[in-house]
Design a protein around this ligand. Structure first.
Ligand code: NAD
Length: 257
């Protein structure tokens, strides 16, 4: 059994929840954060399924003081948070000339600034014990762009820059920082995009998937949350100590082009 604790932002839905299952299944203590009303119930069911300690923290991480409170609560409950997974994220699709200012700001806040806030709050305790892992869930859109996703692409490219800076600062303290860059994963975030695009283009949802969504991905399959969870667990292991500052795609060769 592991005795390490992982904090996963956006851990009560989609990819974050998949990552939570992967860590809990390997015996880690898991703290999930998110805006889901049933987050506490989700945390309880993880604890029952895997026999590990879990905790849910409802917190809007687009605000620094809220993040500070969240991290203090995590440390009060578990003493130490060795692994931080910055996963929470949102999307908005719009042509640049109509892109709503509030959506731009929200995406930059949640998808980029929040990762800085959480890391800033948990860094010192990682440094003090000379062991830590920061795992940022970026995207294929951290490596390449798509039209109409300017804020998302900017935030995801930004988080790869943050990852590299953390890798350099963490290196003397046995702290690694890496980014996982998934292609499309069928989660609530993507299901909403499928429905929106079908409406916008007046086509069936299945056609959105084949003709729009997976058109850039040579392997015509959604990435599974289990695959992302397994990679995150590997990055948290001692074997991965020298993988530092990397951006690792799981994208069916999308960014190989
Ligand atoms: P999702 O909508 O299923 O989950 C997002 C989670 O983030 C939820 O738990 C939600 O409550 C939380 N969240 C949103 N705003 C928040 C806020 N202000 N404060 C705290 N929590 C907040 O989405 P997902 O598809 O699982 O996405 C997770 C991450 O993976 C995102 O960073 C996303 O950009 C990235 N990603 C997703 C895909 C995909 O195809 N689904 C592909 C590549 C990268």
């Amino acid at each position: 059994m592991q005795n390490k604790t992982v904090l996963i932002t956006g851990g009560s839905s989609g990819i974050g929840l998949g990552i939570a299952h992967s860590f809990a299944g390997r015996g880690y203590q898991v703290i999930i954060n998110g805006l889901e009303n049933n987050g506490a119930e989700i945390a309880r069911s993880l604890a029952e399924k895997y026999g590990v300690r879990t905790h849910f923290i409802y917190a809007d991480i687009s605000n620094f003081s809220t993040v500070e409170n969240m991290c203090n609560e995590a440390l009060q409950h578990f003493g130490q948070v060795e692994i931080l997974v910055n996963n929470a994220g949102i999307q908005h699709v719009s042509a640049i000339e109509h892109f709503p200012i509030d959506k731009w700001n929200a995406i930059i806040n949640i998808n980029l600034n929040a990762a800085f806030y959480t890391t800033r709050c948990l860094w010192e305790q990682m440094k003090n014990t000379a062991w830590g892992r920061v795992i940022n869930i970026a995207s294929a859109h951290g490596l390449v762009a798509s039209e109409y996703k300017s804020a998302y692409v900017a935030a995801k490219h930004g988080i790869l820059g943050l990852t590299k800076a953390l890798a350099l600062e963490g290196a003397p303290y046995n702290i690694t920082a890496n980014a996982i860059c998934p292609g499309y994963v069928k989660t609530p975030l993507v299901e909403k995009q499928i429905a929106d695009q079908a409406k916008a283009h007046g086509i069936a949802e299945s056609q959105v998937v084949s003709d729009i969504m997976l058109v850039k991905q040579p392997v015509k399959e959604f990435v599974s949350v289990e695959a992302i969870g397994s990679l995150a667990v590997y990055l948290a292991s001692n074997e991965a100590a020298l993988i530092n500052g990397a951006a690792l795609p799981i994208d069916g060769a999308w960014t190989a082009q």
